[in-house]
Design a protein around this ligand. Structure first.
Ligand code: ZN
Length: 193
């Protein structure tokens, strides 16, 4: 049985705010987990008209392991290949602080304007069990910060909690519409755990 979008947990599920555990060795259970994460992301994307499933952390299918999968080509919905990052950590934040929109498969119908570093250095283990390092810039740097936050139990909405102007929703035709902070955000269940 492979995972589907129905395996993706969403707020206010309390596990999303748990720290995930470090992976020791990349055994068959981790390889199966990676396969499930990829399948769940593609299944989710197939159900959405205007969004791309760019990345997923294992906690999002309720497996508290420090594993992240990232789409190899975000601009091509037909490319269903991913790269897995095991025990990823940011070793250095560089560049400027930039604000841009983020969404999350575990935060239903909500987008936010989040400040992130424009450049990060990441250390991780690959699927062969080798320690690797990379430098990510721009959108990719943002994705790594968002996904590594997940492994630490942090969601993008936690960064903008006190900013009334940071919340948006997706319109039916694909654009973003600003939300009413009091009515749409504070009264929602995203901060309930
Ligand atoms: Zn997310």
């Amino acid at each position: 049985m492979t995972a589907t979008k129905d395996d993706i947990i969403t707020l206010p599920h309390a596990d999303l705010r748990q720290r995930s555990q470090k992976v020791g060795i990349v055994d068959d259970s981790i390889k199966q987990l990676i396969e499930d994460m990829e399948a769940a992301t593609i299944s989710w994307e197939a159900s959405r008209d205007h969004e791309v499933g760019v990345a997923l952390a294992a906690v999002q299918i309720d497996q508290l392991k420090r594993v992240v999968v990232l789409r190899n080509d975000f601009d091509n919905k037909d490319d269903h290949t991913f790269t897995a990052f095991i025990n990823p950590v940011i070793t250095k934040y560089e560049g400027d602080i930039v604000e841009d929109y983020e969404g999350c498969l575990s935060v239903k119908n909500l987008y936010g304007k989040v400040k992130r570093s424009s450049k990060v250095r990441v250390k991780f283990m690959d699927i062969e069990g080798n320690e690797r390092r990379l430098t990510a810039e721009g959108f990719l740097a943002r994705i790594f910060q968002h996904e590594i936050d997940h492994t630490n139990g942090i969601l993008f909405v936690d960064h903008i909690k006190d900013d009334p102007n940071a919340f948006y929703r997706l319109a039916d035709e694909g654009g973003l519409i600003k939300l009413d902070y009091e009515k749409d955000v504070l009264s929602s269940d995203i901060y309930d755990n």
